[in-house]
Design a protein around this ligand. Sequence first.
Ligand code: NDP
Length: 454
Amino acid sequence: MTADIINPATGQVTYRHELLTATEVEQRLAAAAEAFPAWSARSLQERGAILRAIAAQLRQRRGDIQQAMTTEMGKLKGEALGEIDKCAEACEFYADHAADYLTPQLIDTEAQRSYVRYEPIGCVFAVMPWNFPIWQVFRFLAPAFMAGNVALLKHASNVPQCADLILAVCRDGGLPEGVFDVLHIDNDQAAEVLRDKRVKAVTLTGSERAGRSIAANAGDQLKKCVMELGGSDAFVVLDDADLDKTVAAAVKSRFDNSGQTCIAAKRFIVVDAIADAFVEKFVAAAGKRVYGDPQDEKTTLAPMARADLRDELHKQVQDSIAKGATLLLGGEPVAGSHAGYPATILDNVTPGMPAYDEELFGPAAAILRVSDDAEALRVANDTTFGLGGSVWTSDAARGEAIAQQLECGAAFVNAIVKSDVRLPFGGSKRSGFGRELAEHGIHEFMNIKTVYVA
Ligand code: NDP
């Protein structure tokens, strides 16, 4: 079977590739199982040296990788380069810190010696999305390699060249054969891979729909899974917020990556006292985003990754307007574009509208007006999602009190929610479970083993 890759900026087919046959998948599963004992037996120092070499490869090939990202999913050139650098830093971070995270922990009991040891589990299957086509993969791979695991990647079907470049930098960085490979397969083949006994666990970043399917399969096989799913993060603006700083952050969080970020601010919950002033500045600033060729450095709003995703977003916007939301900006697909959608802002968003109840995975912001801090908190938590959230105020203590009560995996005060290799990342509620990054992330796919010597 072949798959066509369409450049979302032009609508042209730019690449065509073959999916793997069952025999080719089998070869890669066998190679992963064979590579595991030797790889896990290597010292942390050796594995760290390879990760540092992979980081160097990423930096050396950043031009090629950026081109692939921009052509395949439309990412702005500058954003793509930043993403590649972040991956290189994550590799170095885990090379530096894995020894601390994996040191056996002595625990005082009545035994002569009792402690916790962290042991690798084998082959982990990674199913990854297109929105951060390099970062989503490396934030899993870097700790997985340091843990001593091996990995197979099924990347989103619209970013195959990104997947191949990830494999190339790993190989050129000296990663032994079999420790990592890419499976160009469809979702039925992915389900088979997960059922294979040589695969010990699965990690997914993607939609709730994919999460239900993969987690059900993993549950059926009693295999560990980590689910990083969607979000509809609250961006809570209190009456004492510094408006200019808050508006700049709101625009960045909502419209970077054409809004296709799980931790983007999506619901702007603004207290009445400051709402009109915030909305006026937000609309003015968002209106300055310029849609265009993502390779052109003057472009500040990228196309969406696929036309079907743009159409889905437009339907959510239209349905919200039909149910009473006020359109303040944008709201119609960019004329003549393949997958372009303008910066869009909906005001007076209320329950029952898609903009309130669902994730808007594109450049469309929902404004929810509330009377005070208490209502802001209630509305912020009135969602099935629980990924991140932020609070904007001149009083950090007041913001922190609200942040602590947000039902989510990461709550920020006066800062945009972002992933940081030093901090754990993951969701609650229907945004998923399990953690990536930091110490928590490396332990997810390890056997946390108790040793007790009486
Ligand atoms: P998907 O969840 O369909 O895709 C993410 C990854 O999961 C891809 O590799 C995809 O493969 C794979 N996948 C999907 N279904 C299955 C399955 N049943 N078994 C195995 N693998 C599967 O996302 P979409 O591309 O359709 O985007 C739709 C929505 O998903 C967005 O609007 C957004 O809400 C959410 N999303 C969230 C992301 C996040 O960062 N949390 C990232 C991307 C999307 P394939 O491409 O071959 O179908």
